[in-house]
Design a protein around this ligand. Structure first.
Ligand code: ATR
Length: 269
């Protein structure tokens, strides 16, 4: 039996055990997947002990994604761009750190929702860790351009600057959205969770466009805002959650699970 785990704090809420168990069932793989609670002081030793006991890989969630990047011996390009690791793979020659969030998002948008990103105008609201995790895979989908807007403009400008070589990306204050039309608008701030409000950004969603909230919820404040601004299709981040898990599974085991039935199972739960 191959052993995997997700590590974080808190961890009880994690859907990862359910997702990976469902993927394993699709392939008839014999694996065990557990949830591990760690403290900042015990994170490193807990990961190393899991690997030493024969563990094959781990998912890493808050607040350990940066610590996981430091612990890994090698980082993939997308983990380096993200500055964070959500997937560890324990190989005989060392620990590989990867980040599957961005590919999970891009796959959800293009493959599940059927919205192509090539040549499209993308607006990303927010410039924190979540945005940093998705920008490189978004750019690799060859959009016409990405505008990142943030309450603190300098953070958006810094993220854009760091990825200039990878494609057309600019950063600015929330006002930089300028009331323009975008094909895809992605909400990646921590505002607007629960009863909060989405940041006040002036944009229009083009006909046939998409509004995507990285947060989860049946009807988030951002989804409501985006519908007011023309989005016929507004979704939450559950598809990305399943997508990043599926990509982790592929990194570990070389096969790509079918996300659709697992997402449907989550939506019904
Ligand atoms: P995460 O890892 O979830 O992205 P983070 O790195 O702390 O968390 O980033 C939070 C993001 O939400 C930032 O873009 C932050 O804007 P600032 O950089 O200006 O702080 C944004 N954010 C949080 N609360 C917000 C609010 N009330 N209005 C607008 N943006 C907000």
């Amino acid at each position: 039996t191959d052993c995997y785990a997700v590590i974080g704090n808190p961890i009880a809420q994690s859907k990862s055990p359910l997702l990976h168990t469902a993927f394993a069932r699709q392939f008839g793989h014999d694996l065990r997947y557990e949830a591990i609670l760690a403290e900042p002081e015990t994170f490193r030793e807990t990961v190393l002990a899991f690997a030493a006991a024969g563990g094959r890989g781990m998912n890493v969630t808050a607040p350990f994604k940066l610590a996981a990047a430091e612990l890994a011996d090698t980082l993939t390009e997308r983990a380096r761009a993200a500055g964070a690791v959500n997937t560890l793979k324990f190989d005989p020659d060392g620990i590989l750190g990867d980040n599957t969030d961005g590919v999970g998002l891009v796959g959800d948008i293009q493959d599940r929702l059927g919205v192509p990103l090539a040549g499209r105008r993308i607006l990303v609201i927010g410039a924190g860790g979540a945005t940093r995790g998705i920008l490189l895979p978004l750019l690799q989908a060859r959009p016409a351009g990405i505008l990142v807007v943030n309450r603190t403009a300098a953070r958006a400008e810094a993220l854009a600057h760091a990825l200039e070589a990878a494609g057309r990306v600019r950063g600015g204050p929330l006002e930089a959205a300028g009331g323009q039309e975008y094909d895809v608008v992605i909400h990646a701030t921590s505002a607007g969770l629960n009863e909060g409000e989405a940041p006040p950004v002036d944009y229009r969603v083009a006909a046939g466009g998409l509004a995507y909230d990285l947060a989860y919820g049946e009807d988030t404040p951002f989804m409501r805002q985006a519908r007011d601004r023309g989005a016929a299709l507004a979704v939450d981040g559950l598809g990305m959650l399943v997508g990043q898990a599926a990509e982790s599974y592929r990194v570990w085991r070389g096969v790509r699970p079918d996300v659709r039935p697992v997402l449907e199972q989550l939506q019904l739960a």
